[in-house]
Design a protein around this ligand. Structure first.
Ligand code: XLS
Ligand code: NI
Ligand code: NI
Length: 449
């Protein structure tokens, strides 16, 4: 099948510009376009995930697969099917023209009848992937182990009540970390899919926390032992599949790392829809991570504003993405991370080209948001406003408070003596919101993409 699967798309996807009538052309994304001294491709570092796009047949909890994914049909030889899947995935990556992909061990390797068979399958497919990487120039943004699909993980992986399940998870992560290293992966991701609880009636929170910490320490030890130079990332999510997940949001992950002596070893892989599930904005999660040295990578997608679950839709709103992009760009951008499309088609999007439409739209939206972000960084309007708001902290009083000169008692004396008399200032939220909109609209008008 190989080259023929997406036969309607010759590829690579061309740049058409805003007036293009070609639905299979980029309207904004131009990999070589310079934005703030860096190529657009290097700003965005786009990746495609193999699970939703190639290993998921379009099932939901009420229905079987709807999508045209012949390699997932029952009855095929598992390794033949896996090879077909990889060939089609690389055909897609090459035609879309993006630099990265991401996968779980189980997305590419058939389970086989034992761990050793699974490992051997994964090794053989890693050899294949290396060949594809060489031929296409596409490389691995991150690898991860699937510690949530197999029934053995029903009660979690490292937080399982059974240490034998912990051991199994450890074996899988050890091997996948090495596979990621072989493929030149820039990051290794840990998403605690079932590291949480369904009911506290059967759960020992203290124990499970200690197990999770021990597991993360083992991952760090192995990373250093094998000399993996990529970043270790934890992907927060507050719930689903478990009722409550321990890696609730970036701030809880941060606290867990600090409490367990793991600070500096992990950063966050922030997913937009996980932020909204946690009751935050995506902007909040990105800003928190950047402010605390935890920013690693992004899983790009969006939720549904009415439905409260992880719908993993492709992002399509510049307004939602402009401010997260602004935070990223003004902080110097990604180092090892990038924008991985952890997003899936709707079950009715059954044409082969739909996978292209979804990614093209998502990439163009990110590219547009990048232009807005760069414009806001260049104008410096927001940063000047924020700086002015905190100007008092550079005054003698502000400095004396922060450097420890002042105490509660010395401050009481000053206030009582009438030396201190705060004057309120407007937060100016509406004015600033207007400013952001103005930049979005101005970029719309001036930049033909
Ligand atoms: C699921 C997660 C998952 C991780 C990788 O909600 O987003 O896809 O990104 O295990
Ligand atoms: Ni994700
Ligand atoms: Ni998700």
């Amino acid at each position: 099948m190989g080259d023929a699967f997406f036969s309607e798309v010759p590829g690579p996807i061309p740049f058409g510009g805003l007036d293009s009538d070609d639905p299979l052309a980029f309207k904004v994304y131009q990999p070589d376009r310079m934005v703030l001294g860096r190529r657009m491709e290097e700003h965005l570092r786009i990746g495609v995930c193999l699970w939703h796009s190639f290993a998921w047949p379009g099932t939901d909890m009420f229905g079987t697969g709807t999508l045209d994914r012949p390699w997932l049909a029952p009855g095929l030889d598992p390794m033949d099917a896996a090879r077909q899947k990889m060939a089609v995935a690389f055909e897609f990556l090459e035609k879309l023209g993006v630099p990265y992909y991401c996968f779980h061990d189980a997305d590419v390797a058939p389970q086989g009848d034992s761990f050793t068979e699974f490992r051997a399958n994964l090794d053989a497919l890693t050899d294949d992937a290396l060949g594809y990487q060489e031929r296409t120039g596409v490389t691995l943004l991150w690898g991860t182990a699937n510690l949530f699909t197999h029934p053995r993980y029903q009660a979690g992986a490292s937080t399982n009540p059974d240490p034998e399940v912990f051991a199994f998870a450890a074996a899988q992560v050890k091997h996948m970390l090495e596979v990621t290293q072989r493929l030149g992966g820039q990051n290794y991701v840990l998403w605690g899919g079932r590291e949480g609880y369904d009911t506290l009636l059967n759960t020992d929170l203290r124990r499970e926390g200690a197990q999770l910490a021990r597991f993360l320490h083992m991952v760090v030890e192995h990373k250093h032992r094998i000399g993996f130079t990529g970043a270790l990332l934890i992907e927060p999510k507050p719930m689903e599949p478990t009722k409550h997940q321990y890696d609730y949001d970036t701030q809880s992950v941060h606290a867990f790392l600090v409490r367990n002596g793991l600070e500096g070893e992990f950063q966050a892989n922030i997913e937009a829809n996980h932020a909204t599930l946690a009751g935050h904005s995506f902007h909040h999660e990105v800003a928190y991570a950047l402010a605390n040295g935890l920013f690693g990578s992004i899983d790009a997608n969006r939720g549904d504003p009415q439905n409260g679950w992880d719908t993993d839709q492709f992002p399509n709103s510049v307004e939602d993405l402009a401010l997260p992009l602004y935070e990223i760009v003004r902080s110097g951008g990604f180092t090892t991370g990038g924008f991985n499309f952890d997003a899936k088609l709707r079950r009715q999007s059954i044409d082969r080209t739909d996978l292209f439409h979804a990614h093209i739209g998502g990439i163009d939206t990110l590219a547009r948001a990048l232009l807005v972000a760069a414009d806001m960084v260049e104008k410096g309007t927001l940063s000047r406003e924020v700086e002015a708001r905190y100007a008092g902290w550079s005054s003698p009083l502000g400095t004396a408070i922060l450097d420890g000169t002042e105490t509660l008692a010395s401050l009481e004396a000053k206030v009582a003596a009438g030396e201190i008399d705060p004057v309120r200032a407007s937060g100016g939220q509406e004015r600033l919101e207007n400013l952001v909109n103005q930049r979005i609209w101005a970029v719309d008008r001036s930049s033909g993409g």
